[in-house]
Design a protein around this ligand. Sequence first.
Ligand SMILES: [Mg+2]
Length: 189
Amino acid sequence: MTASDAPICLVDLDNTVVDFFGHLDAGLARLHPDQPLHDRSRFVIWGDDVDRNAAIRDVITEQDFFATMPVYDGARDALIQMQRAGISVVVCTSPMTSNPMSWSAKAAWVRRHLGQRFVEALAIAGDKTLVRGDVLVDDRVGLTGRREPEWQQVFFTQPYNADIDGPHLDRWANWEEVISPLIGGGDFR
Ligand SMILES: [Mg+2]
């Protein structure tokens, strides 16, 4: 890989490219059907209920949990279109430290759904402020870390970030109208 002037778009995985909450709910329904589904208005999955937390842990520590994550409609196509338009697309995801398989499983997911090129650029980072880029598409509110981020966040719209100021991407099919103006144009080749 060589340095270039191509704009860099960092892209989160969970609840941005993949349906983490949907996958969690499917796992709860299968393993713990007595448990209610996740409240989508909340970002945090953990609470005060010990049994609930144990049920969630059962689901997310299953060996295949990350590797079998379902992808949102249009996400894969959008990432490939962005890459073809000359944008350097870098998947930037935080590991889930409670599942030691999450590092390798996330890499396996990226290889299977996006291809080897995306694995080579994959950034698995607990602190996303340390990763350089022009834009970060991420659902998370309050992303902070050791440095002021270089990137501008585009919120992938979820109920818990809909009221936050700043650009939002509601669906991947709209990537061009939301992201292109933030990185200065249309065709970057
Ligand atoms: Mg996320």
